[in-house]
Design a protein around this ligand. Structure first.
Ligand code: AMP
Ligand code: ZN
Length: 487
């Protein structure tokens, strides 16, 4: 498998450096609220990445942390009147539930920052000893950026920027590139942190965010591992700082490959609560869409391209055209899958092929039939839109009715293989979609819709009853309505 590497700015082949297991780290969620669909763009594509590696025959070790102590978790737990633990536990559970619904494979290890404070303190001691960190008057410890030669390599800060910027020290976890500065490894206890402080050789306080990941990477993946990953916003300062901390401690290259995912935009802009364009999985389910449909949308663009999620039409009304298209696309694949299944002799049916977590069984499959190209697209810099396009080309080229049971079994295995790589669950076939609605019922339904648009509720209700009396039922949705036979 090949993937673009942010450090070298090249697409490079991936190999486990120990010859056995590909070890990678993904910066996990900050558990101070629900994860939004932008966060899930990153986590879903990291999941497709892992699935592709495993289906290529490479074992993985996937570590993803929970950031459960930082400026934001402390601030918001206090605003909620909860202890940091109660507060972050709640959002951790919610995150796990969303991940499950989105078919994300569980990482092999999910460490949390709060549980690794001794590891972080040990690392700071090492950095102080080696002359890379210093204690300030307020009991904080800062990383001395000028002490590390490679600083700026990942984000390509040039030396001039560094010289001009690297003055003073910044205590905040998050800051912009134009304020390159010594950053906090340990923050001396401040009143606003409340009960959230720990003992250390420099007095009471708490760790800085950047250090948490360095300590957890080292603990679970060692001094050098295969790949590190996160959204593109983490290149600077977070990952730049992780490299500086880890490599100054160990003297070895931290990660051999850096995998960064471009952001999801909503209606062309950054997603934020204040702009009212912040979407969670729950909200989209409420609007009538499934987790698989969201997953389909999130993988529909290449990870190095921005993905614009349209959420409003020209009149400013909420509307999700990409999700509606994903619903149809998944129905089409499901119909094709059912047509292949139809051709199989019952004893040739392989029940396990629908299990999205059953990757090891699929590793034994060698012939993907017409779907081989789709998987090759994933192995080539994780080209998910290409893989989706090739699924539909294959579907177009195959006529299930003309296949022998063996041929149908082979194509179905190929299709299911690629769906497992993408983590896409097929919907139950929409029975209503195949049932012809009589013209007179369709006409009544149209009249009712028009009455509703005119807010003529009485007439709309009367028409609903008339349609009901004829054995049909109307289901209203955001897009309009659907007519189905009454159960
Ligand atoms: P956070 O919970 O803010 O620490 O972020 C968790 C992950 O989501 C990180 O890898 C971020 O880089 C990533 N992320 C944040 N916002 C977006 C976005 N709009 N699109 C894609 N990824 C994002
Ligand atoms: Zn991190």
């Amino acid at each position: 498998m090949k993937l673009f590497d942010t450090m070298s700015r090249e697409v490079r082949e991936l190999h486990p450096s120990d010859g056995k297991t590909f070890r990678f780290y993904a910066c996990g969620p900050t558990v101070y609220g629900p994860a939004h669909i932008g966060n899930f763009r990153t986590f879903v594509l990291q999941d497709v990445f892992r699935r592709t590696l495993e289906l290529s025959g490479i074992d993985t070790m996937h570590v993803r942390n929970f950031t459960d102590v930082d400026d934001k978790t402390i601030r918001d737990s206090q605003a909620a009147g909860k202890t940091l633990t109660d507060f972050t536990d709640h959002w951790r559970d919610r995150f796990r539930k969303d991940c499950e619904r989105l078919q994300l494979l569980q990482p092999h290890i999910e460490p949390s920052a709060v549980e690794h404070i001794p590891h972080q303190i040990a690392m700071i001691e090492e950095l102080v000893e080696k002359g890379h960190a210093y204690r300030s008057d307020d009991g904080s410890v800062y990383y001395k950026v000028s002490s590390f030669d490679g600083y700026g390599r990942l984000s390509r800060l040039d030396q001039r920027e560094l010289r001009e910027g690297a003055s003073g020290a910044v205590a905040d976890d998050e800051y912009e590139k134009d304020s390159v500065a010594d950053f906090a490894l340990w923050k001396g206890r401040r009143e606003e942190d409340g009960e959230n402080y720990w003992d250390s050789p420099w007095g009471e306080g708490r760790p800085g965010w950047h250090l948490e990941c360095s300590a957890m990477c080292r603990e679970y993946l060692g001094e050098n591992f295969d790949l590190h990953s996160g959204g593109v916003d983490l290149v600077f300062p977070h990952h730049e700082n992780e490299i500086a901390q880890s490599e100054a401690c160990t003297g070895t290259c931290m990660a051999d490959h850096w995998f960064h995912l471009t952001h999801l935009l909503v209606d062309g802009g950054k997603m934020s609560k204040s702009a009212g364009n912040f979407y969670t999985l729950d909200q989209l389910i409420e609007a009538g869409f499934s987790p698989a449909e969201l997953r389909y949308v999130l993988i529909s663009a290449h990870y190095r391209q921005p993905l614009n999620f349209v959420a409003r039409d020209n009149d400013g009304n909420e509307s999700f055209p990409a999700l509606a298209a994903a619903k149809q696309a998944l129905q089409r694949i499901a119909k094709f899958d059912a047509a292949l299944l139809n051709r199989l002799q019952s004893d040739a049916e392989q029940g396990w092929v629908t299990d999205l977590t059953g990757l090891s069984r699929f590793r034994e499959v060698t012939d993907l039939g017409a779907f081989a190209d789709a998987f090759a697209g994933l192995q080539d810099d994780l080209n998910t839109p290409d893989a989706l396009g090739r699924i539909f080309s294959a579907i177009k080229s195959i006529k299930p009715d003309g296949l022998s049971p063996d041929e149908a079994a082979k194509e179905r295995l190929g299709l299911r293989f690629v769906l497992v790589a993408l983590g896409l669950e097929l919907p139950d076939l929409d029975a209503a979609a195949d049932i012809e609605v009589p013209a007179e019922i369709a006409a009544l339904a149209e009249q009712r819709y028009a009455a509703k648009q005119e807010k003529n509720w009485e007439e709309a209700d009367r028409l609903r009853d008339e349609i009901g009396a004829a054995g049909w039922e109307i289901k209203d949705s955001k897009e309009g309505y659907e007519v189905c036979p009454k159960n």
